[in-house]
Design a protein around this ligand. Sequence first.
Ligand SMILES: Cc1ncc(COP(=O)(O)O)c(C=O)c1O
Length: 404
Amino acid sequence: MFSAPTLSAGWPASVLLSKAASYLTQAASDALMKTESDGVSLLEYGPVEGLSTFREVLAAYLSKEYQDDVHVDSHSYYIFNRNDLFITCGATYGLYLLATLFFHSGDMVFMEEASYHRVATILGDELKLQVIPVSMDKCGILTEDLKKVVEKTLSTVPRKPASSLQSFRAMLYLIPIFHNPTGICLSHERCREVIDIARKNDLLVVCDDVYNLLSYTDEKYPRLFSYDKKDDPDYQGNVVSVGTFSKIFGPGIRVGWLEGPQCVLSYLKTWSACCQRSNNLSLFLLEFLNVHVYTQCSLSSSGSPNHCMSGILERAIGLGLQHQLLTEARAFYKRNMSAMCQVLEKSLPPSVKFTKPKGGYFVWITMPKHVCAEDVVQLCDKEYGVVVNAGHILVLILTHPCWF
Ligand SMILES: Cc1ncc(COP(=O)(O)O)c(C=O)c1O
């Protein structure tokens, strides 16, 4: 029987998840059964920043897919090591760690006016940060507006001394590539401007890079992290790239990563270690810095939050299964994206505009002013059994009623 698709959630297609299940079975049996000691060590507690062999394999894999170096180097002398990856249990957890370790309730977070709806809830409603929307157009966040709003709102927030442990004054949360919910990408020029604004205003730019690898053309979309160049004279390390296997393998496995500058990753590692040692000094420091109690608990229990699954994914990458799955996913979603855009092109009147994303999951449709999106959502559901979202649940404030 034909069942109409649910287009309202950014979930991987079930046909890809069933492939992922069979790849996972193969990788798990290889990782756990190859030698007895492999299985045993993966079922032990793991290092807090993630299994070193997994981080190396992941770095090599991402370097190939991004066509840009991701640094993990555990072999050279410690002081020369550059380890840019910290393993998490998904993008949401990575974002949560950054938000709770570097910021406190009342601190400011700037974000695109339309964004992943869960983030505004987590940062604003749950962690009580002040969410400040910034307008956007078809090239992403409007940097001119961002500069103005950042300078105005932070004019009363004093700069922290460079030696301060939590030296960022505010967070800028962005989805620069194949944005949820519009599908657009931040332009090259704006990427450079964002870095400039972040450096001048001590912002921590958290890039939700969860769709970057789902690109359906040969065009290259460098992550914002790569614009924050270490050899720039004003480099401070302002950008973190938040990644996940949720969209390229399956959300149930709960494995993700943070790719960040040393100032951020060492801080994460230090606090993780502090949370694990519940001696008086550690407890005093945690309290002094007001580290969120849930963060303390989640970091304190057991080292790496997904040690065993990391070992299995390491094998999935090593066996070429992750690459195979990603290739299949790209082909599958590319077909779907192009079918969707063809249908929209054929069926919608010229007064209705829509984005034609070159990757990711989302298409954004802009109706003429007199049409209520909620009515269209109802019509799609009742007449065609197709479930879509009305934009207002994803939009913080819409300053440009017709962007595209
Ligand atoms: C922009 C964005 N970030 C994060 C997530 C969730 O990622 P994870 O499952 O790794 O927490 C989603 C899922 O829809 C998303 O669209």
